[in-house]
Design a protein around this ligand. Structure first.
Ligand SMILES: [Zn+2]
Length: 155
């Protein structure tokens, strides 16, 4: 898939879209919509099929564009409430695996105390959050490279 621009203005706020409909409307692959759902695009799961509210989709895409315009400096996660990159409170982050090689860093915004997330490649955590304490779920540790292991405190 090319980097074609997604036109959020095509979305009708008061309509619901299935994944297939949303993909057709925006000219993206269904897998792209599914990955947005995993990134936090709000949707209605029951009854099937999954439905995405038009206004939620618009909002999600606008925020995504804003995020892309304001890239997060290292050690920061984008706070949707503050609409800005923020430091995690107490430099504490949790890593939640999504795939074997990537996942979400989750922290609490130091300014407004809501959860902040950042999708990261496991191998890049060291450069994305160099001065943060990252907690990994049990069982994940074996997959951490020695390089990352040196960076963090494992207690
Ligand atoms: Zn915030």
């Amino acid at each position: 898939m090319g980097k074609r621009k997604i036109d959020a203005r095509r979305i009708k706020s008061h309509r619901n879209y299935t994944i297939t409909e949303a993909a057709q409307l925006l000219g993206v692959h269904k897998n792209t919509i599914s990955s947005w759902l995993r990134e936090g695009l709000p949707h209605i799961r029951t009854p099937r099929p999954i439905l995405i509210l038009g206004h939620a989709l618009k909002h999600f895409l606008n925020e995504r564009r804003e995020k892309a315009r304001k890239p997060c400096p290292s050690g920061h996660l984008f706070c949707l409430k503050c609409r800005a990159p923020r430091r995690p409170a107490a430099h504490m982050l949790d890593y939640e695996p999504i795939t074997p090689t990537s996942g979400n860093l989750k922290g609490i915004c130091e300014a407004c105390e809501t959860f902040i997330y950042r999708r990261v490649a496991l191998a890049k955590i060291g450069s994305i959050a160099p001065d943060c304490h990252v907690s990994f779920p049990q069982g994940q540790r074996r997959q951490i490279t020695p390089d990352i292991k040196r960076t963090y405190d494992w207690s």
